[in-house]
Design a binder for this molecule. Structure first.
Ligand code: FES
Length: 109
């Protein structure tokens, strides 16, 4: 039986890279400038960025304040619960966003 699923490959210029210990099917690339980290869908983005040594501003870590807002240049994230803070179009809340595809983020416009 043949598979009809589409697999896309790209090779961004790589900077630092970390490797999570999760199942490969759930691993996504997060590009931030020349850095790349690998994340899973098991934890919010903020925790995984911090683990990779990337500092993100935050206050509540629960979706209330929006201080962890990060520009989402492309890619998909989801929220396991509806954040109370307003999520501006083109941004994500790192403390509660679950990365669902390869994404590119930026801290500044
Ligand atoms: S740290 Fe408050 S919404 Fe993310």
């Amino acid at each position: 039986m043949t598979s009809t699923s589409k697999v896309e490959h790209f090779q961004p210029e790589l900077g630092e890279q970390t490797t999570p210990t999760q199942d490969k099917d759930q691993v996504h690339r997060v590009l931030l400038g020349k850095k790349q980290i690998l994340v899973t869908e098991d934890e919010p983005l903020l925790i995984q960025l911090e683990r990779a040594g990337i500092h993100v501003e935050y206050q509540c870590r629960e979706g209330y304040c929006s201080s962890c807002s990060i520009k989402l240049l492309w890619g998909q994230v989801s929220y396991p619960f509806e954040p109370l803070a307003w999520v501006q179009s083109g941004y994500l809340l790192a403390c509660c966003a679950i990365v669902k595809s390869d994404i590119e983020i930026a801290f500044f416009d």
